[in-house]
Design a protein around this ligand. Structure first.
Ligand SMILES: Cc1ncc(COP(=O)(O)O)c(C=O)c1O
Length: 378
């Protein structure tokens, strides 16, 4: 749980872009704040609660900003993230995941004595383990039954399997049956709007039928949590979910930009606000630059990053500490020491590699925020 704060921030407050040490994780504060407001406003208009996913940013500073704009709390994917958020004053946390193992369950229920905490389940033995720990710790834990609405990740099947598990939760001492989690991950990144809509329509129907089945057995769902950046408007208009879990909207990663909107145009609701700021360290040939952001500064699981604002420059390969950028046309004029801004294809794993956000406005460093919940710990 100890935050990794050994690394120095890559900049001081007030310095210009050129004085930021590279590689660094930059936030364009204007774009970031517009993204925050846009999602806050959309949730308010829809009447659904907004519970943004903190796995994206891992920063209580950002979580507090989201709550100041109307979010009811945050989601975390791991107990380690929930601990950092709770200790920084976030009072309402959903661990949108299954938590197993005595140590982690002990940490989870200990936290439930300090803040309002919910967790997901998809297994009866896990429910019993949570219940025993909650009783031992004198904690009350809200529990959501996770249903698999097409993601093929965690979750029981919608319908009778969910009913059975919800009944076990409702009878378990120390646990409160709170409702369902129905999150469809792959739909978020389905490029075509119509296909995305069709996947979510199925998910919504399954969720609604499960809700009705549970209700007919006296199990009311106070909460139905789901949705991400790619589909939140679909869940918002269906009004079966009671809360939205979108996370990436604050930074808008490169992969999301490849989604298509209803009119076939770009999915442009949110702006790229997160950049890996990197310096050119070598210019071995006219067509090649080498930058100082490689695998240790960039998540490349969803593909190579885009180079922002430099036509003809393509980041083509990452090794540990080097990134190879191919250059064509006017891009070939770049020289050693110049900076490039990279848009990571997937923000979450990129954030997890860094210790600090460097918040920039009008070409000056305005904020330094520690990424306090980073790291692999669960
Ligand atoms: C359970 C859950 N909810 C919400 C999200 C947030 O989705 P996004 O970052 O695409 O908005 C994720 C992301 O993977 C997730 O796993």
């Amino acid at each position: 749980m100890t935050p990794n704060m050994t690394a120095r921030p890559p900049a001081d407050i007030g310095v210009s872009l050129d004085d930021i040490d590279t590689p660094a994780l930059l936030i364009d504060l204007d774009a970031f704040e517009r993204n925050l407001r846009r999602m806050g406003d959309a949730a308010r208009r829809s009447g659904l609660a907004l519970r943004p996913h903190a796995k994206t940013h891992k920063s209580p500073m950002i979580a507090h900003k989201q709550i100041a704009l109307g979010a009811v709390g945050v989601c975390c994917q791991k107990v380690s993230e929930a601990e950092v958020m709770a200790h920084a004053g976030i009072k309402d946390i959903l661990v949108s995941n299954e938590i197993v193992g005595r140590t982690k369950i002990g940490r989870l229920v200990a936290l439930a004595r300090e803040v309002r905490l919910s967790v997901c389940v998809d297994d009866a033995d896990n429910v019993r383990a949570l219940s025993r720990a909650a009783v031992d710790y004198g904690a009350n834990l809200d529990v959501l039954v996770e249903i698999d609405v097409g993601a093929n990740r965690c979750g029981v099947a919608p319908g009778t399997a969910a009913l059975e598990l919800a009944g076990i939760v409702a009878r378990a001492p120390g646990l409160v049956f709170a409702g369902l989690q129905a999150y469809h991950g792959p739909a978020q990144h389905t490029r075509d709007y119509g296909e995305r809509g069709a996947q979510i329509a199925v998910a919504i129907r399954q969720t609604e039928q499960t809700r009705e089945l549970l209700s007919s057995h006296g199990l009311d769902c106070r909460v139905i949590s789901g949705a991400g950046t790619g589909t939140y408007l679909l869940e918002a208009s269906a009004k079966v979910c009671t809360e939205l879990q979108a996370g990436s909207y604050i930074f808008m990663d490169g992969d999301y930009a490849k989604n298509r909107a209803a009119d076939g145009g770009p999915f442009g609701e949110f702006e790229h606000s997160l950049f890996v700021h990197t310096a050119i360290m070598s210019r071995p040939t006219a067509g090649r630059a080498v930058v100082d952001a490689g695998l240790k500064a960039l998540g490349v699981d969803a593909g190579m990053p885009d180079v922002s604002g430099l036509d003809g420059a393509r980041y083509i390969r990452a090794s540990d500490e080097h990134g190879i950028v191919s250059l064509e046309g006017p891009a070939q004029s770049v020289s050693i020491g110049e900076r490039l801004n990279l848009i990571a294809a997937n923000c979450d794993p990129t954030v997890n590699l860094h210790d600090w956000y460097v918040g920039v406005r009008d070409e000056r460093v305005e904020a330094l925020w520690p990424i306090s919940a980073r790291g692999p710990g669960f």
